[in-house]
Design a protein around this ligand. Structure first.
Ligand SMILES: Nc1ncnc2c1ncn2[C@@H]1O[C@H](COP(=O)(O)OP(=O)(O)OP(=O)(O)O)[C@@H](O)[C@H]1O
Length: 795
């Protein structure tokens, strides 16, 4: 097929390929190549990109123009597409495009030709390369142009706007310079060539001003102090991150899985490897609760502070979204960096100017985006670093690149908490999948200095596949390691569910405070019950109102005493911005959810309606606990609904605490009938939830199998059924499922979820095909699925 035919027949595909990412960069790169190849004139270039014209319309207009120009222009367009589009979309264009060796030859020829061209013509002919070469030295070129009097200071304003990407700044500079004539063009070419020759084009070689270096020193020591100890061990002694850090499994969310490739580590998070959209600044690390996202960020910060990694970044500002959520005042970018990050003792102006001028040398990290109160998330984008805005709007502007363009931002979040609006602006997304089997072993050995104890813990794990499955999650692995003495006491009947592990942790912490007394209820529980209730109330109110950090006054309002804090479930939260007195948080958010669940199970107050509210899976107020809080403790009207993942985790713990294995414990400290009633309530809610889920699945197309594509929430219901450990409930909820095919692709199924699926699905009356592609099942997960293989017509 000839080039004009290809451009005509593949028109829709070309337009889509150039525009579907939402970024103008691919189209602009194609325009650069057409301009430099002489197939597009300056006026045509401007008319394609007329201000206000939507991206798709620009692409269509370009195709019209090129088609009208004939075969040579179409051939150059195909070559440009072959160069610009990602590998998977190049298709036939590569055949018609020129090979890379040919390109190199042409570049050499062009260099010779440069000598016969005017500087302005050279500027056009070398445009694609100059756009790249100008990254990081637009400012130098501007300074030189102003110094020579070619540009007035006001001419630079447009190029300095932080909404432009570095490539866009370079293109604007080239356009403006071209309009100023040969002297201007010659000067820019000279700046670029000189920088390249001296090797100082690389920003790493530019010495920053003294004030910036002084600030860097302060920032390094502050970040180093914050990242030295693992924060969640705060209440239980200081554990150095170096002693326990174990690499987790980190994968590109959309990359091809290549088992042979080197595993990704902390250094790769902010790096350019695997970038889908090279012009975007934000990297998202997503993973389930306790998969190690905060710890990974902490490790990155620690390595940066030591100068052991991320050396390209001169400044790194770490932020916690939990802490930022507490900020009620609108903030400017500058206030965010200096008030919530690190305060420069001198030269504020210089430091801030440096951040704006050299954005690629600055890294911002935002931990726990899912914990951010998103009230102002979608407010109109901010474009000025001086403008104040609510914290959510500020973060939204930063991550989308409307603010501090070029500054690399790394954010962590639970999966699904980030919507498509932000996803479009991501440079790349990485998935953190917890520990590998080898990682579990390394972590256990690091946790126990005594090799005999480590070997015993590993033996217990290997003999209990369900527990081994849970330990792929670092937070559960840590909990199990903490309680190795209890693990030994359990013998063969060791923990199998997440709730079992947390009850074991509860027992471990309270036993340390109160030796068994031999009273009717197990001694540790009877003596610790009042403290457990108080902590439960605090946790419940926190989960209900999306609060994960507490002031001393809030502790007091829930009746939590200093002694309760001393048990170890609450730790002081660190951070630079703790000017408002001591603040506390649960060891981990999963611990808070566990205590909130304990409150639901033990309380006989108005929170009784909490069970149906927690397990409600549909409707606008689904799962909303806030309504169950006493009026005095509800937050102001502007408070957002609590986060669904934490409500779901709380519900999972409620189911687990009411399982036959643990029910006996609570019957000793509150009326037995109430405990039984709550267990029945949970069973009914789960059956109803599963039924509603299947009812919402459309009927099969005639002649096809009825296929159920699991919706968000299905796996959660299955996990709750597993935690409840009541075969009758599982059989009632799942037994009559009338689907022939169950599709669970991309559902975050790990070994622990496999155990839960097998527990529920083995009750199916009719065989089902189970599709588990694109999850992280592994050998341990496959083993967990064995009990339900007899009902799987295919797997
Ligand atoms: N790489 C790791 N090495 C050693 N321990 C780890 C690692 N990752 C996590 N942990 C342990 O698991 C606990 C929970 O991890 P972390 O807080 O980082 O999870 P998270 O994914 O940020 O959870 P959440 O989404 O609930 O905030 C840590 O406090 C630590 O004890």
């Amino acid at each position: 097929m000839s080039a004009p035919e290809l451009v005509l027949t593949r028109r829709a595909e070309i337009v889509h390929a150039l525009c579907s990412g939402g970024s103008a960069e691919p189209l602009e790169q194609v325009l650069d190549l057409l301009l430099s190849g002489g197939q597009l004139q300056e006026e045509e270039h401007h008319s394609v990109q007329a201000p206000g014209r939507p991206l798709y319309a620009c692409a269509r207009m370009l195709l019209d123009l090129v088609s009208a120009k004939g075969a040579d222009a179409c051939a150059l367009l195909c070559a440009a597409l072959a160069q610009v589009l990602p590998e998977g979309q190049r298709g036939d264009f590569t055949v018609l495009g020129r090979g890379s060796s040919r390109e190199e030859e042409e570049e050499e020829e062009e260099e010779e030709e440069d000598q016969q061209r005017t500087p302005t013509q050279t500027l056009v002919a070398r445009r694609p390369g100059l756009v790249r070469a100008l990254h990081g030295c637009v400012e130098d070129a501007l300074r030189a142009l102003v110094a020579r009097g070619i540009f007035a200071p006001a001419d630079c304003d447009d190029m300095r706007l932080p909404i432009h990407t570095p490539s866009q700044q370079a293109r604007r500079l080239l356009d403006k310079v071209r309009s100023k004539g040969d002297a201007a063009a010659a000067l820019v070419l000279q700046v670029v060539d000189q920088k390249q020759e001296s090797g100082s084009l690389s920003w790493e070689n530019v010495t920053p001003p003294t004030e910036v270096l002084r600030f860097q020193k302060k920032l390094r020591s502050s970040v180093s102090a914050q990242s030295c100890f693992l924060s969640s061990y705060g209440g239980t002694g200081h554990t150095a991150l170096d002693d326990v850090y174990t690499e987790g499994r980190l994968e590109a969310a959309h990359g091809r899985r290549d088992a042979r490739g080197p595993p990704l580590g902390p250094e790769d998070v902010a790096g350019s490897a695997g970038a889908l959209n090279a012009e975007a600044d934000a990297v998202l690390v997503s993973g389930a609760a306790g998969s190690g996202k905060s710890t990974l960020l902490q490790r990155m910060q620690q390595l940066w502070a030591r100068g052991a990694a991320l050396r390209g970044f001169l400044l790194l500002f770490p932020f916690s979204c939990r802490r930022l959520s507490e900020e009620r005042r609108p903030l400017s970018v500058r206030e965010l960096l200096f008030h919530h990050g690190c305060w420069p003792d001198g030269g504020q102006e210089e430091v801030f100017r440096f951040i704006l001028d050299q954005p690629h040398r600055v890294l911002l990290t935002f931990d726990g985006l899912d914990e951010l109160r998103r009230a102002a998330w979608d407010e109109p984008w901010l474009c000025s670093p001086a403008q104040r805005a609510p914290v959510a709007a500020l973060l939204s502007g930063l991550l989308r690149g409307a603010l501090l363009k070029g500054v690399r931002k790394v954010a962590t979040s639970r999966p699904d908490a980030v919507g498509p609006a932000l996803r479009r602006h991501l440079r790349k997304e990485l998935l953190l999948r917890g520990f590998s089997p080898g990682g579990i072993e390394r972590f256990v050995r690091r946790q126990h200095a005594d090799p005999a104890v480590a070997a015993e813990v590993l033996r217990s794990l290997r003999s209990n596949g369900a527990l081994l499955g849970l330990c792929h999650s670092p937070v559960f692995c840590w909990s199990v390691c903490r309680c190795h003495a209890e693990l030994r006491r359990h013998g063969d009947g060791g923990p199998r569910t997440v709730t079992d592990v947390y009850v074991m942790v509860l027992q471990h912490f309270f036993r340390h405070r109160a030796p068994p007394s031999g009273a009717a209820a197990p001694g540790w529980l009877q003596q610790s019950l009042p403290a457990a209730r108080r902590l439960g109330r605090l946790a419940f109110e926190g989960v209900g109102s999306g609060r994960y950090e507490f002031s001393a006054a809030q502790l007091e309002a829930s009746g939590v005493t200093e002694e309760d804090v001393g048990v170890g479930f609450l730790s002081r939260s660190g951070g630079v911005a703790s000017a408002h007195g001591a603040r506390f948080q649960f060891l981990h958010v999963t611990t808070q959810c566990f205590f909130a669940a304990l409150h639901v199970v033990l309380s006989d107050g108005a929170e009784r309606s909490a069970i149906p509210a927690l397990f409600r899976t549909r409707g606008p107020g689904a799962g909303c606990l806030r309504a169950c809080l006493p009026a005095a403790r509800r937050r102001g009207g502007g408070a957002p609904p609590p986060e669904t993942p934490n409500l779901q985790l709380t519900a999972t713990f409620v189911a687990g605490l009411l399982s036959p294995r643990h029910r006996g414990l609570w019957r000793r400290c509150c009326p037995g009938a109430a405990v039984e009633r709550r267990a029945r309530q949970v069973g009914r809610s789960l059956s109803k939830g599963v039924r509603e889920h299947f009812r919402s699945v459309p009927p099969p197309v005639a002649g096809e199998k009825k296929s159920v594509h699991a919706m968000p929430g299905f796996l959660w219901l299955i996990k709750c059924i597993y935690e409840l450990q009541e075969s009758a409930v599982a059989a009632h909820a799942v037994g009559r499922l009338a689907a022939e095919h169950l599709k669970l692709t991309y559902c975050g199924v790990g070994p622990a979820e496999c155990g839960a699926l097998a527990y529920a699905l083995r009750h199916l009356r009719r065989p089902v095909g189970l599709q588990l592609d694109d999850n992280c099942v592994g050998d341990v997960g496959v083993e967990q699925l064995l009990p339900c293989l007899h009902v799987c017509s295919s797997l």
